[in-house]
Design a protein around this ligand. Structure first.
Ligand SMILES: [Zn+2]
Length: 248
């Protein structure tokens, strides 16, 4: 399977329809265990910013969905199937739309590079998934996930990505901000807000699943400097490349 976000072939056994099914099943557990925000202005804001960034994502074979969780913690996470969740505790700390976009663009980067589904694939085990694929059970993978307890699914979701995956999501995040006409420099501001909060006794949840903040700031600064030469001037409206369907 060719991964356009990373420009290379990858071994992903979970098909996009299975991934979307997994996402739906996990979303049902999330709505049972967490309170989704009913503040229409805040919910719309997250959705509007998220959809603007999602339009330029390298991955366009599923729809992205953005949800706001009513929880006084600094956190954001992504589940398989393009579902992205932000906590109100994080949203309140962010000062403008660009900073909100930086969080969503990073999470969209994890989706585009298929990091989230790879975490599930690794946790479920190669043998199990290849047996399911080889026996052509079809949506067996999705069923398998449905049978996972929601605790097990959430512990995979909250587990840390690899350092390499974090750098990739940061690189893609600033790229998407650039292409979607947000200020990529807001990513650095957001890192610094998270960093300032991590000095207290409680490290924000988001940093437990997204560690290595100092190295990430340095790498993101380098990447931001190179954006113009890599992708052309900011706010280029020619997005046709992102609309090329991904062949699976
Ligand atoms: Zn991340």
């Amino acid at each position: 399977m060719y991964n356009p976000a990373m420009g290379r072939e990858e071994f992903i056994l979970i098909s996009t329809p299975s991934e979307v099914e997994m996402g739906k099943s996990i979303h049902e557990s999330i709505t049972r265990e967490y309170k989704l925000s009913r503040n229409p202005a805040q919910v719309d804001r997250v959705r509007r910013i998220g959809e603007r960034v999602a339009k330029v994502s390298d991955r366009q074979d599923y729809e992205y969905h953005f949800y706001l969780i009513e929880e006084d913690e600094m956190n954001a996470f992504t589940t398989p199937g393009g579902n992205i969740y932000v906590y109100t505790g994080l949203l309140e700390k962010l000062k403008n739309d660009d900073q909100v976009a930086s969080v969503l663009a990073h999470e969209i980067g994890h989706c585009a590079a298929r990091h989230t589904v790879k975490k599930f694939q690794a946790a479920l085990g190669y043998d199990l998934i290849s047996r399911i694929v080889l026996s052509r059970i079809g949506d067996g993978t999705a069923r398998q996930i449905t049978e996972l307890s929601s605790n097990a699914a959430m512990s995979i979701i909250f587990s840390a990505y690899s350092r390499k995956d974090e750098y990739e999501a940061d690189r893609l995040g600033v790229k998407y901000m650039h292409l979607a006409c947000f200020d990529p420099g807001a990513s650095i501001e957001t890192f610094k807000i998270l960093e300032a909060d991590s000095k207290g006794p409680d490290v924000p949840l988001i940093l437990r699943s997204h560690p290595y903040i100092h190295d990430r700031i340095r790498m993101a600064e380098e990447e931001i400097k190179a954006l113009g030469s890599k992708y052309g001037p900011a706010c280029r409206r020619n997005l046709s490349f992102a609309q090329i369907p991904i062949v699976l």
